[in-house]
Design a protein around this ligand. Structure first.
Ligand SMILES: *[C@@H]1O[C@H](CO)[C@@H](O)[C@H](O)[C@H]1NC(C)=O
Ligand SMILES: *[C@@H]1O[C@H](CO)[C@@H](O)[C@H](O)[C@H]1NC(C)=O
Ligand SMILES: *[C@@H]1O[C@H](CO)[C@@H](O)[C@H](O)[C@H]1NC(C)=O
Ligand SMILES: *[C@@H]1O[C@H](CO)[C@@H](O)[C@H](O)[C@H]1NC(C)=O
Length: 379
């Protein structure tokens, strides 16, 4: 740990010296909003957060509940001026989800060019910052690489904040700091180097440490609590942790002789992931709106919706068009609510959702119920 902190500090110093070449390219003359103040980064200090990850916001934003979102993270590229002006009129930050090629960590030329590109993207669209989403493995034996990643985040945060202290830099992390998916990052350093971390409390079956591969919940509460505790144990304060929840689930095809509509145990095929034999890669992700359409389709043969009382989440089995038994593991308003209650009781910084395009129109009860579960964090 100490070794890592020293490296991080050195990387930080080197980076700060390097960062002098970054140019501001902000152009307020061409503000597309009816109120020119909406072209400024949102000037609100630390607040409870609801980060909405968005994959098609320019087309789909009419379906968003803007009453509680505080930060919209675009994973679809440049945000349209319509969406930007609307978000800023409501005090909502717009940031860009971004990755970085791990192989170029330590290449200062690359890093300078990359940061300049991010500054250009943010400033040319009047946005508010970045959301780092690096998910590559950085193994325990590469602590120098993980320190360089922390250094990248630290330099990026430094450069942006120097241009405007209202810019926001955040980092998405695995549900637990314990080398999940080989992601042995310097989590404490990342928390210090950024505004807050978003713990991805989904895809939590990416590595199932079980003998037999079985369908299991996407976001089981026990793991959510365990992961948060592990972040606390590293000294990361609750105020730097946001809980990310899913608006999607996993469909698994059940195999073997026990596959049946009424068997809650669903064996799945063996698909290894990063050194572990069983993985949710055996299943496929379905959006909540697709799951709902399966539930509501009377022509699809299915079990009743059951409750996994260990994971605190619903599931059901159904027969697909090929006659195969599938188990659908997902989250609904109730299972999300349970996790929001946990986030509240742990006094976390806020909530996030991957992703807010996976629900249908806000005026439908089924969808507004899910938004309301997340929004209850603010009650
Ligand atoms: C470092 O980055 C520069 C700029 O992108 C690139 O031209 C160069 O090939 C990179 N070096 C290596 C070793 O990849
Ligand atoms: C580091 O660990 C990973 C995973 O255990 C392994 O695949 C890789 O070969 C190791 N690298 C070195 C340089 O030892
Ligand atoms: C993974 O699966 C392979 C092939 O079925 C098997 O040989 C191996 O023992 C399994 N590894 C673990 C850790 O269970
Ligand atoms: C929801 O809004 C859409 C678009 O405005 C409309 O077409 C639809 O009928 C509405 N549905 C309900 C249940 O009110």
């Amino acid at each position: 740990m100490k070794y890592l902190t020293i490296i991080t500090t050195i990387v930080l110093i080197v980076n700060v010296v390097h960062s002098s070449t970054i140019q501001s390219r902000v152009n307020t003359q061409s503000c597309p909003c009816s109120d020119s103040s909406w072209c400024e980064p949102i000037d609100i200090g630390e607040r409870p957060e609801f980060m909405g990850f968005s994959v098609s916001g320019n087309q789909n934003y009419a379906n968003y509940d803007f009453s509680k979102i505080t930060t919209l993270a675009s994973f679809f590229g440049p945000v349209s001026s319509d969406l930007l002006c609307l978000a800023h009129s409501k005090g909502i930050r717009v940031v860009y989800g971004t990755s970085y090629p791990v192989a170029q960590l330590g290449n200062w030329t690359f890093q300078e060019e990359w940061i300049q590109q991010q500054v250009d993207l943010v400033q040319s669209t009047y946005a508010d910052g970045l959301n780092f989403d690096v998910e590559d493995p950085i193994y325990q034996n590469s602590s120098d690489i993980s320190a360089l990643y922390t250094g990248l985040v630290a330099e990026t945060n430094y450069v942006f904040k120097k241009l405007n202290p209202n810019y926001q830099i955040t980092v998405d992390v695995a549900w637990s700091p314990n080398c999940i998916d080989g992601r042995c990052y310097d989590y404490q350093g990342l928390a210090q180097a950024s505004d807050y971390l978003v713990a991805m409390d989904y895809d939590m079956q990416s590595q199932m440490f079980t003998e037999t591969c079985l369908a299991a919940a996407n976001s089981p509460t026990a793991g959510v609590i365990q992961g948060m505790q592990a972040f606390f144990d590293l000294g990361i304060p609750a105020s730097k942790l946001v809980m990310g929840l899913p608006f999607y689930g996993y469909r698994y095809t059940c195999i073997g002789s026990s596959a049946s509509l009424n068997n809650p145990v669903c064996q799945i095929k063996l698909v290894p992931f990063r050194g572990v034999n069983c993985s949710d890669a055996a299943g496929s992700q379905l959006t909540y709106s697709t799951i709902l359409s399966i539930i509501q389709d009377p022509t699809i043969k299915k079990s009743s919706i059951q409750w996994d009382s260990i994971a605190n989440a619903p599931f059901f089995n159904y027969i697909d068009s090929n006659g195969l038994v599938n188990q659908m593991r997902f989250d609904n308003a109730q299972s999300l609510q349970d996790k929001v209650n946990i986030a509240q009781s742990l006094s976390l910084r806020g909530m996030a959702v991957w992703n807010i395009d996976q629900l249908g129109p806000l005026n439908q009860t089924e969808y507004s119920d899910l938004w309301n579960s997340i929004n209850s964090f603010f009650n």
